[in-house]
Design a binder for this molecule. Sequence first.
Ligand code: SF4
Length: 383
Amino acid sequence: MKPRRTRKIKIGSLSIGGDSPIAVQSMTATQTKNIPATSEQIRILEDAGADIIRIAIDDERDVECLKTIRKGTRSILSVDLQENYRLAPKVAPLVDKIRYNPGHLYHLEKDKTIREKVEFIVNAARENDCAIRIGVNCGSVDPDYKARFPDDSIQAMVTCAIDHCQFLDEMGFENYCVSLKDSDASKVIEANKRFSEARPDVPLHLGVTEAGMPPEGIIKTRIAFEQLVSAGIGDTIRVSLTLPNEEKGQEISVGREILEDINHGRFRSVPENFMDTLNIIACPSCSRVENDKFVELAQEVRRISKYAEQYKLTIAVMGCRVNGPGETDDADLGLWCGPVSVNLKQGPKLLGSFTYDEILEKVKKEMDRIISERFGSLPINVT
Ligand code: SF4
């Protein structure tokens, strides 16, 4: 294994980067407003040995609930600001790290520059001794970077991350790390390699976003981590799996198992055509998930699409409107959940909204149509 060359940063009492052990983290999937459920989720992740636990915050009420949640745990907490970056000064005193997504800064307060918005977050972090993660995500890349690199989505992500690092450097803020996530393991590998080449000093958090359900989700993640960690890239990891809330501890145990295997040179071979067949990507769910039926829906989509396993198709199942619309754009069929209906898309085109009772039949029909248009026939074992 190549040694890691990143600088050390501090997240509460934890150090990451340099020769620090690779930290394993996860995220609560409960509504942050549901304090007992979120506290229980934190307990499950603590029992599983999480080094960092991330919580999503969308509004002032979430911040109020976070105050109570914070009192009940000594864990290192990270907060996900997503679109509401103005909450940074309110959450920073309660947590050890703030994650912001550069792609989400674009939409809010268009009269302000991105740099001004970043400075606002940096000031909140600095005043409260918080670390920052610049979290770039394939499904929500800043539109300016998408326009600059229309044929290279990886470079759009990497350049955006590098520019944000430059902002923080210019502001004299060093306590930060970066993540570059995609649902395609090969893109995660390439993006992190390119970034690490350009900024070998910046600690990296690794993850394959929307990896989906075990076992496929674990295999996709393992592919990326094996390549990166063995090359000395990666200071923290998260295995994003679509699992019922009570089983979320698996994200930690699986992460540790993968790291242990890499450490001992145990690399699992992956069949050559692993990603050339049906690929179901699904978000791991979080407090923004719009309907409790999400995990069951993702499992049902996998069940009803089994008949088409030999076809190279991607189906994306996302839990909410925050990331769902963007992160289903590249899928052959994309589903993103609303509170009472599920939106079904083919690539960026909306096919319609359907109730949770109607959606599976509709998915099946659309799969049949796409397979017959693209491959000329329906699978023989169609049910
Ligand atoms: S798609 Fe929505 S519900 Fe799923 S993990 Fe992302 S933000 Fe959470």
